[in-house]
Design a protein around this ligand. Sequence first.
Ligand code: 13P
Length: 287
Amino acid sequence: MLVTAKEMLTKAKAGKYAVGQFNINNLEWTKAVLLTAEELRSPVILGVSEGAGKYMTGYKTVVGMVKGMLEELKITVPVALHLDHGSYEGCLKCVEAGFSSIMFDGSHDPIEENVAKTKELVKICAEHNMSLEAEVGAIGGEEDGVVGKGECADPEECKRIADLGVTMLAAGIGNIHGVYPENWEGLSFETLKAVSEKTGDMPLVLHGGTGIPADQIKKAISLGVAKINVNTECQLAFAAATRKYIEEGKDKQGKGFDPRKLLLPGTEAIKETVKEKMELFGSIGKA
Ligand code: 13P
């Protein structure tokens, strides 16, 4: 059964660990994440970007696939299905399709507009028993083309958005989507501390989980981060394993590649990545 992210994140914040959000792109991705979470008894959040939702032919397909898989694979750990970086319209579509959680990314809008739309969505999510993530201070990298230093959120603005009643809050603290550049300055713990102080019990979300050194991840968790998003690292692992399989020329019979066999090494590589992250985030055995 799908659950909202509320209970798992409240427990994570209190227990000083973080729940991983792993972005999914297809059936293999989803299966790899769910099987690993079940095996390790970890709560998990499946992230779906608007692009990935479109690729999978729409949010209703995603809901159907995930719900079917939870049943067929007999998954018993808490699983939330969450829209990642949603537009206001995208959020409404996911509410209708049956997601259990959404993120509204109003970080590029003027703060008044971010507040107004987030407020509206707080109401809608309450009516549908869903969790809501809001964002303050855009996260650098692919998201907005900023390279070298991620943007840092204003703690006062974070408090304003948190007080609207969202479930979890993503605050830019120098984090960047994708691979971190050589000259990255690291996370701004000063910003994180200030945001934490202003927002109290609010579970904080760290985007751009790929490639952040382990000590910085641990410190971020100790300062209130309870959800960490990982996408690129799974993609890199999947691509490398698939490439290796093709280069080794495993289609010995000359019949071309059996798609199920072709996708297997990549699926296994995602499982390994998810396992490593769950170990680092401390969520194993918390389901
Ligand atoms: P990475 O691709 O850097 O892991 O970031 C994922 C993310 O934050 C999705 O919202």
